[in-house]
Design a binder for this molecule. Structure first.
Ligand SMILES: Cc1cc2nc3c(=O)[nH]c(=O)nc-3n(C[C@H](O)[C@H](O)[C@H](O)COP(=O)(O)OP(=O)(O)OC[C@H]3O[C@@H](n4cnc5c(N)ncnc54)[C@H](O)[C@@H]3O)c2cc1C
Length: 548
């Protein structure tokens, strides 16, 4: 799509018949604003959606010196995906001259999207395109993260904001000479970093993810009610379940500890997902799924880490960190898996400051012009190597065996082999890591020849065997010897299964608790299968709810 096309999608004008639909919408009321009155202030939570009926509204970026982004006339509207996904306003909207607008609540936005599909499509596409324009314009400052590329917390904060699609600018202490001056303006120095600011206003020094999410309005308070379905994990399986469940009228809550997308959100290019012949990035797929789930009314307060599951008669009670509890008639466990830590000496010391478990745009700037190391022989390692070869001078791909095609899809293995600045080191493992505040070199050994080699590198990316996120589950939920959750026929003869009927295909050893995606024993570790299982699980949830 050209910039001009994107701009016309982002700022459409509703025609008179579409404007007339707003009169039928219960959540929309007509209001008058005088010249200079503020309709939305940047940073405002639960801000309203406005459609201009007469007059004009100016949209401003006031995170720096105020800058006009657009002027909206009759038929044009404010708003972005935050109406559906949570989050505060990134822009300020001010009346230019006296104007009349439809003022619509968040519930009203959902009503429009669901009752008037054509109108809803234009609005939804505009919301998505506006975020893309903001991100790609290079002109929008918004949030600033100030910190060193070698700081673990700087990496955490950047990763959290990226995973939650918050546009921000990163000022690297190591590379930007203006940063110290900026810190002085806040009355701070390097020791206070990482620092998060909105334009020239300091928000936090080294905030936790939760503090940041609350300040940015990403984490809305959780309504205390009994949910029809609580999904734990917002990877492809959890997001698919959220979309299907909410669209089928189930009161749905999704608990996610870091950001939507799961492992797939870490993939720069998924090429084998049906319908995307040129590939799609995991974050774009997640972005769209979150908006879709929000459109149907699913709630996704991030971060929400589930630490325990107990049972109260027929209901399941999930304990969150920070002492909150949520109650559901049904639970879907979609907590996926995570790459195992390397056992090499010194590894732990450099996690987040040289050792990474994802290769995305967050990590890419650390690799510019450097030699980097990728460990693993599966598709994720292959994808990471190819992606990093575009920014790094050289990529060493370390695999334990001697056959690249054993665990990697053939198309990807061929691409790795054909990339001139990737060198594959077969039969090789990492033995030691060296550095001070950050990683400087790794020592690798060839298990066949015994040859030891030292590679100078600021970054090592590890993608070795995944283990499931199931350590928070009680014994009632049966697991296999590798701690993946057993479901369906696997638990039909289990002593834990006490219901009279046979378990549904994706049901765990506790009736009403389901599992989908990578966390499930015997699952196919793919985006498409996780999505399919998430969608399927909802069908069993309906069956279970009928029994209650
Ligand atoms: C780099 C990379 C590239 C990949 N590329 C491809 C590809 O090209 N094609 C393909 O088909 N597959 C690919 N895969 C595999 C695919 O991404 C996974 O199979 C898929 O993401 C599994 O989805 P899931 O929803 O089951 O779990 P996950 O994606 O693992 O998501 C689980 C979610 O649960 C959350 N969570 C975990 N524990 C808790 C808790 N206690 N409380 C709250 N939340 C919790 C996690 O934060 C996470 O967001 C790739 C994987 C990686 C890592």
């Amino acid at each position: 799509m050209t910039d001009q096309d994107l701009h016309s999608v982002a700022f459409p004008r509703l025609d008179p018949s579409q404007m007339a639909m707003l009169d039928q919408c219960g959540g929309a009321t007509l209001k008058k604003y005088c010249d200079g009155q503020t309709l939305i202030q940047a940073g405002m939570r639960d801000f309203k959606f406005f459609v201009v009926k007469s007059g004009a509204v100016v949209i401003m970026d006031d995170s720096e010196a105020p800058r006009r982004i657009a002027t909206l006339g009759p038929g044009e509207f404010t708003g972005d995906v935050a109406h559906l996904t949570g989050g505060s306003s990134l822009i300020t909207a001010v009346a230019r001259g006296d104007c009349e607008v439809y003022e619509v609540s968040a519930e009203g936005v959902r009503e429009i999207l669901n009752r008037f599909p054509d109108l809803g499509d234009s609005i939804l596409q505009a919301f998505i395109a506006r975020r893309q324009l903001l991100r790609e314009s290079g002109k929008f400052t918004g949030l600033r993260v100030i910190g060193s590329r070698y700081s673990r917390d700087t990496h955490r904060i950047r990763d959290f904001l990226t995973r939650n699609r918050m546009p921000f600018v990163w000022l690297d202490l190591e590379a930007d000479s203006q940063v110290k001056k900026l810190l002085q303006q806040f009355g701070l120095n390097e020791a206070d970093t990482p620092v998060v600011a909105w334009g020239r206003k300091l928000i936090f020094r080294n905030p936790s993810n939760r503090e940041l999410a609350e300040a940015l309005g990403l984490r809305q308070p959780i309504e205390q009610t009994v949910y029809d379905l609580i999904v734990v994990g917002a990877g492809p399986a959890g997001l698919a379940a959220a979309v299907y469940a909410a669209s089928e009228g189930l009161n749905t809550l999704v608990m996610e500890r870091t950001g939507p997308g799961g492992q797939a959100g870490r993939s720069m290019r998924i090429e084998n997902y049906l319908g995307f012949p040129t590939g799609i990035s995991g974050s774009e797929l997640a972005d769209r799924a979150v908006v879709q789930a929000g459109k149907f009314g699913a709630r996704l307060p991030i971060p929400s880490t589930v630490i325990n599951l107990t049972f109260d008669n027929a209901y399941s009670v999930l304990q969150l960190d920070g002492d909150e509890k949520v109650i559901g008639k049904c639970i879907l466990i979609a907590t996926g898996a995570e790459y195992r830590r390397l056992t090499a000496e010194g590894c732990e010391q450099f996690e987040g400051s040289g050792v990474y478990y994802a290769a995305t745009l967050t990590e890419a700037p650390l690799c510019h012009g450097a030699e980097v190391v990728v460990v693993g022989g599966g598709n994720s390692a292959g994808q990471a190597a190819v992606f990093l070869s575009g920014v790094a001078r050289k990529v060493y791909l370390l695999i334990r065996g001697d056959n690249l095609y054993k665990d990697m899809s053939a198309y990807l293995a061929r691409r790795v082999e054909q990339t001139p600045n990737i060198e594959i080191l077969f039969n090789t493992v990492v033995r030691q890591m060296h550095g001070n505040t950050h990683l400087r070199s790794v020592e690798v050994v060839n298990n066949k020849t015994g040859e030891v080699r030292t590679i100078k590198t600021p970054a090592l990316f590890s993608f070795i065997g995944a283990s499931p996120h199931t350590d928070w589950l009680p014994p009632e939920i049966e697991k296999d010897e590798k701690q993946f959750i057993r479901t369906g026929t696997d638990i039909a003869r289990s002593s834990q299964w006490i219901a009279r009927r046979q378990p549904y295909l994706l049901e765990t050893s506790r009736a009403g608790v389901f599992a989908a995606g990578d966390v499930r024993s015997g699952s196919v570790k793919r985006v498409a299968s996780a999505v399919g299982e998430g969608a399927m699980a909802v069908m069993f949830v309906h069956e279970y709810l009928k029994e209650m």
